[in-house]
Structures are given as C-alpha cells and as structure tokens.
Design a protein around this ligand. Structure first.
Ligand code: ATP
Ligand code: MG
Length: 275
C-alpha cells in the first residue's frame, strides 16, 4: 500500500503571470518541511535531485495552466516512495497532443513569449525528467496532466570552483540586489546562457550562474527552482524593481554586465575553465 505523507493543492488562474511559480515553490517548501518528520525519509541523501526534478516538472505544469488555460488546479501528493502531481484545468484544451509534444511547437501568446515562455519544451521536459507521466486533453474542455517523481540516489553534483564574489570582481559586474550575503559566498563551477525559461529549467545546471537579458519577475522563480545563486543580466538591460525585490526575498543575486551575452559568457568561460 502507498504510504501517504502529505497533500498540497493550489488553484491557478490563467494569465496570472505575477504569481507564476508560487504554487511550485510553496509545494517544494512544504515537501522539504514535511519529509523531515517522516521515518521513511530518514537518511534521505538523494534530496537535492528529487526536489529538483519535482520543481522542474511542477513549474512546467503550473506555467502551462497560467499561460495556456483559464483556470486550473495543481495537486501534489507526497508519499514515502515518490511524489505524484496532477495538473488539471478547464479549457481551452489541446487540439493535437501530437503537435503539443513536438519539440519547439508552441501557441504561447506574445505576452508569454515576451516573458521568456514559448520554447515549446515544457511538456517534453516533463516527459524527460519525470519517472512517469500521462497527458490527456480534449479541445474545448480541458487538460489533465499527471506526473510522478520517484526516489533515487544521486551522488555527483559537479565540481565547485569559484565564489560569486570573485566572479563579480573579475567581470566588473554591478550588483543590483541587497542582502545578497548568502549568494556572494556561493561557489559555482559553470554557467548557462539563455532567455528562454524552459531551456534554463531543462538544461541549466543546478547552482550555476545564469546569463540573460530577460528581466521579468518570472526569472526569479526559475532561479529558485534551479538553485541559481546569481543571475547576470547582460547588455546593461534595465531590471524592474519588482524583479529585484523578489530576488532579494529569495536570496538570489542579480548583477549587471555592460557587455552582451556573447562577450560576458566568453569571459566567464575563461574564468571557470582556464584557472
Ligand atoms: N494546459 C494547457 N491547456 C491548453 N494548451 C496547452 C496546455 N499545456 C500545453 N498546451 C499546448 O501545448 C503546447 C506545448 O506546451 P509546452 O509546455 O511544451 O510548450 P509552451 O508552454 O508553449 O512553451 P514552454 O513551456 O517551453 O515555455 C503549448 O504551446 C499549448 O499549445
Ligand atoms: Mg509550457
């Protein structure tokens, strides 16, 4: 019999970009908090990867409801042996699942694309990262998505090389956030450059630097999920106050580079690889 530990449920409203990611982050916090009290999670050394996979899949499911649907529910059940999530919404449904599951296919609106969504990779990410998933949809009715993340042991989290503090000095970055003490001491060994949120979720390494010109509030949700300590905003791009505030609340540092992504990446690559 499945051993139920906790259950979390959130309602989601279409186009509520302001709160996109909140349900996933709260659920992840709840999971972290709950599993501390359960015997079946004692000696839980696979925690990081288990939560990372959950975070990515849940964020993709949540963003799909907010971007493509009118109203939905994200329900997560924490069991001793796995996490199960149902993301169900009431319309408009998907006309062709075959198309929806084709990499790069997206019907995201201009507004969503401007915010960095619309790579057409979300459902593929869920299929790749989860241990089991099902999607079913009917045009005009709604969409049902179910995924499971199973427990497994992961040991290699990569090499750690350079403190963010050093990177800021060497690349002459301007730090925009306050209260970044936690992030300034973090060590990273790699970086990822992209303006598409799904790409960062799928391919960006945990605990690395993220280079982007995307500055809307949703980048912080992605950074939290991927445990990214520093977002380097390139090309001297303006960063809205609300993004800075949310970054500060989550102890994520935002630092600005005057050079473009290509040049900044080149310098950072050299720093992290040729020392
Ligand atoms: N809940 C949903 N309701 C209606 N359509 C959906 C829903 N989820 C996905 N779709 C459709 O499936 C397509 C592919 O979804 P997918 O998550 O892979 O990419 P995306 O959301 O367009 O972009 P990305 O997730 O990479 O930012 C969407 O563009 C949309 O047409
Ligand atoms: Mg999506």
């Amino acid at each position: 019999m499945e051993n139920k530990v906790a259950f979390v449920e959130y309602t989601l409203k279409g186009e509520d970009y302001q709160h996109l990611g909140d349900a996933t982050l709260s659920t992840r916090e709840k999971i972290e908090e709950t599993i501390q009290n359960y015997d079946c999670y004692k000696n839980f050394n696979e925690k990081k990867d288990f939560l990372r996979c959950f975070g990515i899949c849940s964020y993709e499911a949540e963003s799909n409801i907010i971007i493509h649907s009118h109203f939905g529910i994200l329900k997560t059940t924490i069991l001793c042996e796995k996490i199960k999530t149902v993301a169900v919404d009431i319309g408009p449904g998907i006309e062709s699942l075959l198309l929806a599951l084709t990499p790069g296919y997206s019907t995201a609106s201009k507004q969503a694309r401007d915010l960095g969504f619309g790579a057409g990779m979300g459902l593929i990410n869920i299929q790749k990262i989860s241990d089991f998933s099902i999607i079913s949809s009917r045009k005009g009715k709604g969409t049902y998505l179910f995924f499971e993340i199973w427990r497994e042991v992961v040991t290699d989290f990569g090499r750690i090389e350079m403190k963010t503090k050093e990177i800021i000095e060497k690349l002459k970055l301007k730090v925009l956030t306050e209260n970044s003490e936690l992030s300034i001491e973090k060590e990273i060994s790699s970086a990822y450059a992209s303006d598409l949120l799904s790409n960062v979720l799928a391919k960006g390494k945990e605990e690395s630097a993220w280079l982007t010109v995307q500055t809307n509030i949703n980048i912080i949700g992605v950074a939290v999920i991927k445990r990214i300590p520093i977002i380097i905003v390139t090309e001297d791009t303006n960063v809205p106050y609300e993004t800075i505030k949310k970054a500060e609340e989550n102890s994520i540092m935002i630092a600005k580079a005057t050079s473009d992504t290509f040049e900044t990446s080149g310098k950072l690559y050299e720093l992290l690889n040729l020392r």
